[in-house]
Design a binder for this molecule. Structure first.
Ligand code: ADP
Ligand code: MG
Length: 248
């Protein structure tokens, strides 16, 4: 469904993505793990054309997104839902306005219809009767749920999750993981999640890919990753300071 070929991105002299290859199958949840600063968020932003890669291809079905003009890219972006790291809700807008933001901008729906969709999406993430509140009035976990409701508001075919469990307590993290699994069961979507949380990776992934020094160095099911012989992957998944991955 998505095929990323030979993706390169550098910022000044800093090489971030150095020939990244990855394929995501229809309906699959692919979890990309990697250390902080490895380029996980940059990769998601490249997929959404929020960052322009230097080289490479990103195929969605039969189309190379990077070969499209802005209008074509915008159309593709509409088919993706993104859960940004930290949620990125608009503080000065109500929950209703946050979740309905994309709908009001992209669709010619009447107010009644938009409010109904917002209610349905909030119900899907387990929230109700909070439309009139502002983000500051919600707990961290509720904000993540609202951000997820906003990400699915336009019925995306692909959901991108940037560190969905980072910065929340383990119990809330588990609830978010279950919510992600529920979304994938209920909705006909493919998902890409990036994280350094292995508990989350094992819980939500169909397959896990390790991003290291700008490339995917291994891809496998959680069971395969757990018993891999690759010392890089072993060091990462066991969270060890000792191994081939240097700390500096
Ligand atoms: N817009 C930008 N301009 C310059 N450097 C950037 C930009 N975005 C990301 N970087 C750099 O790219 C590297 C990867 O960042 P990022 O993708 O955010 O890492 P992570 O894997 O933690 O999500 C970091 O060194 C970061 O400083
Ligand atoms: Mg990041």
């Amino acid at each position: 469904m998505i095929r990323i070929r030979n993706l390169h991105k550098r910022f000044g002299s800093k090489m971030v993505l150095r020939g990244l290859n990855l394929e995501i199958q229809p309906g699959e949840t692919m979890v990309i793990i990697g250390r902080s600063g490895e380029g996980k968020s940059v990769l998601l932003k490249c997929i959404l054309s929020l960052i322009e890669p230097d080289r490479g291809e990103i195929w969605f079905n039969q189309e190379n997104i990077l070969a499209l003009k802005e209008s074509g890219r915008a159309r593709f972006r509409q088919r993706c839902g993104m859960l940004f790291q930290g949620g990125a809700l608009f503080d000065s807008l109500t929950i209703e306005e946050n979740v309905g933001f994309g709908l009001r901008r992209m669709k010619n729906y009447g107010e009644e219809r938009i409010r109904k969709i917002v209610r349905e999406k909030l119900a899907l993430v387990g929230l109700k009767e909070i439309e009139h509140l502002y983000p500051a009035e919600l707990s961290g976990g509720m904000k993540k749920r609202v951000a997820l409701a906003r990400a699915i508001a336009l019925d995306p075919e692909i959901i991108l999750y940037d560190e969905p469990t980072t910065g929340v307590d383990p119990i809330m993290a588990d609830a978010i993981n279950e919510l992600i699994n529920e979304m994938n069961r209920k909705l006909p979507v493919s998902s890409i999640a990036v994280t350094h949380d292995m508990v989350s990776a094992y819980k939500i992934a169909d397959r896990i890919a390790l991003l290291h020094q700008g490339r995917i160095v291994e891809v496998g099911t959680p069971a395969q990753i757990k018993r891999t012989c690759n010392p890089l992957v072993r060091q990462f998944v066991t969270g060890s300071a000792h191994g081939p991955i240097s700390l500096i």
